[in-house]
Design a binder for this molecule. Structure first.
Ligand code: ADP
Length: 162
């Protein structure tokens, strides 16, 4: 069985993330959405909230071959622990390239047996990021179409309150 890990902060999980999850699910037998717990980042949404967002978005999109887990420490260690030989990352604009290249090269150096695969996002989502959503939402702007509708209202309210 081909298992991949799709890692990210997912703060919050957007329709762009969902697009990548769906594409990965069509290629691999099982996708583990791995929520990275990074002590240096102060996420707005708790791990439990982020897990719930991913699960409800995937359910509505009829994606069934996935699971959601959180992890800290090295991504390659998490992959090995889960028996996943592939890391999936999404690519948007050229601006993602340099950072992703560095990450992939480092992970390859640490674990040559774990391969990184890049999936291009749908052009409609190429300028969408969690940080843009957080910024717009904190000023009360509309985030419709950026966040799966199931929890858009919840996110809009939480961001305004912040
Ligand atoms: P990180 O904090 O690790 O960059 P993110 O949660 O921002 O994590 O993103 C996780 C992954 O999803 C990354 O590979 C990122 O490039 C990808 N991604 C983020 N936004 C989009 C989008 N709009 N379309 C496609 N991929 C995306």
């Amino acid at each position: 069985m081909k298992v991949c890990v799709y890692p990210g902060t997912f703060d919050p999980f957007t329709v762009g993330h969902l697009d990548i999850l769906k594409r990965a699910g069509a290629i691999f037998d099982h996708v583990i959405a791995g929520i990275l717990i990074n002590a240096n980042k102060k996420p707005v949404f708790s791990v439990e909230e982020r897990m719930h967002f991913i699960e409800s978005a995937a359910k509505s999109a009829a994606i069934t071959n996935f699971s959601v887990e959180s992890f800290d420490g090295l991504l390659v260690d998490f992959c090995r622990q889960k028996g996943a030989g592939v890391i999936v990352r999404g690519l948007r604009a050229v601006s993602d390239y340099e950072y992703e290249l560095q990450l992939a090269a480092m992970n390859h150096r640490l674990a040559p047996d774990v391969e990184t695969v890049f999936l291009m996002t749908d052009a409609r989502y190429s300028y969408l990021s969690s940080s843009i959503v957080r910024e717009i939402g904190s000023y009360g702007g509309s985030i419709t179409g950026m966040i799966p509708p199931e929890y858009e209202k919840y996110i809009a309210e939480r961001l305004l309150k912040k």
